[in-house]
Design a protein around this ligand. Sequence first.
Ligand SMILES: Nc1ncnc2c1ncn2[C@@H]1O[C@H](COP(=O)(O)OP(=O)(O)OP(=O)(O)O)[C@@H](O)[C@H]1O
Length: 331
Amino acid sequence: MTTTATSTATTAQEADRAPVVSFRQVSKSYGAVRAVADLNLELHPGETVALLGPNGAGKSSTLDLLLGLRGADTGTVTLFGTTPQHAIEQGRVGAMLQSGGLMEGVKVRELVKLARDLHPRGYPLDDIMDTAGITEIADRMVDKLSGGQEQRVRFALATAGANDLIVLDEPTTGMDVSARQTFWGTMRRQAQQGRTVLFATHYLEEADAIADRVIVLHRGRVLADGTAAEIKARAGARRVTFDLDEPVDHDALHGLPYLTSLTVSNSGSAAGSGRTVRIQSQDADATVHAVYRLGLYPHNLEVAGLGLEQAFIALTTASDQSPATAEEAAR
Ligand SMILES: Nc1ncnc2c1ncn2[C@@H]1O[C@H](COP(=O)(O)OP(=O)(O)OP(=O)(O)O)[C@@H](O)[C@H]1O
């Protein structure tokens, strides 16, 4: 008896210490397409994590593997130290996915009630409806909703009970600006209560504003993993902007060292000949030094870090040009 009790307690402690999500050397192919490639990943309690990546990077496949909707070809996926199926049966996971239509022929309230009743730790129905902002459409038929309303209903289904992990695949697609703000406000509160939130998105500003950790996937691998600020810094490049009053020698500007992009536009100055030069450079100091060496007199010189969007493009482009080097740099 004592032995069993002790070992049960130990197992419970181990489960408590287990990462919320663990991918170990996970791969998944569809025929010749390798969607997820030797993926290693751990998520911890209370983290809000954005999964970014260009189209086809493997985001949805990763979420499908995480939720046990697809099996891995190799490697292991665990949630809370157990299988995805078991964690879901325990009501520890809520998910809002892109795919799969909502049940038809029922009213919004009926559908949410069903999800709540099925959840082992369901919340009061009115609270769920209110939090998701769907009280006003409670009596609408599910098949008569707009895209944004449908997303809110999906959100209600994902948060119908006390989950420890919430998984969202491009959750705000189709929502207007105010619905998005409400949605992320609710998600922040969920995270503050200690839940882990993982969301895939194409809106980089959302990742920047909401996530405390950003994982960039590319070709089924983790290309970068850190805070949004770390990802921006890792991309290396900086933005250099200045105005020139003198005529612009485009060839000379294109010859500047460490340049990754260059645009020249009218600066709108009174003289009419003024130009604004915008540069992305891997070494801003060297580039600016070379601008002076050309004999130019830049005004309004600004050097700034990249936004997350530009960092993301820089990282994935670098990886396409030199996969091994970019992945090395991401480690
Ligand atoms: N069921 C499937 N059968 C065949 N190929 C698939 C299937 N699902 C995904 N793929 C392929 O696997 C790769 C990864 O797709 P996945 O949907 O995981 O990427 P994603 O990052 O979510 O893309 P997006 O941003 O466009 O939604 C892509 O090349 C895709 O075409």
